[in-house]
Design a protein around this ligand. Sequence first.
Ligand SMILES: C[S@@+](CC[C@H](N)C(=O)[O-])C[C@H]1O[C@@H](n2cnc3c(N)ncnc32)[C@H](O)[C@@H]1O
Length: 236
Amino acid sequence: MPNIKNFEHSFNEDFQYSHNNPYHDRLEKFSSFVLRDLEPEKLKGKWNQECFKNDSLLNVEIGTGYGHFMKEFCTDHPNENFIGMDYRFKRSFNLAKQLNDLSVKNFRYIRAKAERIDFLFSQAEVDKLYYFFPDPWPKTRHLKKRLFKQPFLSHLKKVMKPTGTVYIKTDHDQYYEWMLNHLELNSELFNIEANSNDIHKSENPSFDLLKKYQTKFEKIFLSKGKNINGIILTCK
Ligand SMILES: C[S@@+](CC[C@H](N)C(=O)[O-])C[C@H]1O[C@@H](n2cnc3c(N)ncnc32)[C@H](O)[C@@H]1O
């Protein structure tokens, strides 16, 4: 896990990834669709033209985890582009093995940190962004590690198209409230199109996509009767 100092530094221009993890090398086997560390930053502003070679919608998922959403969404939307991103090495390798077997090829996978979003995408490049069950960092001394605050929020707004949408789900009630709070504090960035502390009970059709795709973590929480919080943002 990165310490807090590294977390803050990972937003900076001079940041370099530093690790010694065998899965970093093992991921090279999947270099046709996996980009590691700073490699994907070379495609900033050129994902559709140079990488996907089309002008379809660009979807980005932060914290892909075990990839349930990524695999299902890519298969259901073969005519859209999808970039999954996670920083855990072994999890990335296990997912890459499964992605390699998918019949669709409309995706790339980034083994990198979401703090780099401003270096990964240029202004107004992303159509839809998904952020499902982020690590809640519940201890007070770890709150600084939560991503969903400044400067991330401004960077996120910058890379989203003006017509773009951000989809968020979390089991963690305090992180949900905390995110709403930070959105209010930065109210010039996004409109809260819809929010609910129990999307599966909500009849608002805005949550249809969030209800349709259930991630690994979501299935575990639902089996324990936990409510799932959701937020949908559009850009101002
Ligand atoms: C609790 S898991 C949820 C995984 C998946 N979205 C799901 O719902 O099953 C959170 C994931 O986000 C990843 N993650 C956390 N912080 C990240 C960051 N700053 N950049 C990239 N990935 C991150 C973790 O490695 C982990 O795989």
